[in-house]
Design a protein around this ligand. Structure first.
Ligand code: ATP
Length: 197
């Protein structure tokens, strides 16, 4: 089955684009949401997290300690340790999930598709782009995040200019180009590619 990755910086509109693919009947795997599920449900991942980061990685309630992890994520070393621990579990979950789908192609939504190496788990990739000021405004209206928090997330993600050279398709979500038309065109192309895959 053809596997398609969708990536883009914070607030670019990945989820919005995925909702349109979903409305066309295409199954979408949300890597962030699946990771959160695994933090709760995978005994093996929970064990590996404790081995890597110590007991403080979980609160006494058993929930993941977000504040502790956020501190770790500020540094390359911590980010790498977390990614190296978590991603093999997410990759395996994506493989199992894909095998269960009955669709010409499936989509994996991942904010850090290339940064995490998840690009190797898909056959084609799509970048969602939007001007930086629009992205920041959209995130501010959606989340209770400060400008500093948003800037720090942006700084930790690869830039559009770097990603542009790596992807197969680009969707422009600047509020001027029709998203539905772009996704409809891409859907037709992907259905065609899936039949020759
Ligand atoms: P994140 O990486 O933070 O999960 P994302 O790339 O998935 O973000 P979305 O959540 O799809 O981005 O979009 C960010 C916000 O902007 C959402 O509130 C969404 O409803 C809004 N938005 C996205 N695209 C548009 C658009 N074309 N016009 C107006 N609002 C939009």
């Amino acid at each position: 089955m053809l596997k398609v990755g969708i990536t883009g910086g914070i607030g670019s509109g990945k989820t919005t684009v995925c909702e349109i693919f979903s409305s066309f009947g295409i199954p979408v795997f949300n890597a962030d949401a699946e990771t959160k599920q695994l933090y709760t449900n995978s005994t093996e991942l929970r064990h590996q997290l404790v081995v890597t980061f110590g007991e403080d990685v979980f609160l006494t309630s058993g929930a993941i300690n977000k504040a502790f992890l956020s501190e770790k994520l500020k540094f390359d070393e911590g980010r790498k340790a977390l990614n190296d621990t978590v991603h093999p579990f997410v990759f395996e979950r994506f493989k199992q999930w894909s095998d269960e789908q009955k669709s010409p192609y499936v989509i994996k939504e991942a904010a850090i598709l290339f940064e995490s190496g998840a690009d190797k788990t898909v056959n084609k990739s799509i970048l969602v782009t939007a001007p930086m000021d629009i992205r920041i405004d959209r995130v501010k209206s959606r989340d209770a995040r400060t400008s500093e928090e948003i800037q720090s997330i942006i700084a930790s993600q690869w830039t559009d200019s770097r990603l542009r050279d790596l992807v197969d398709f680009i969707v422009v979500n600047d509020g001027k180009h029709s998203l539905i038309e772009q996704v409809r065109d891409l859907h037709a192309k992907l259905i065609h590619q899936a039949t020759h895959f």
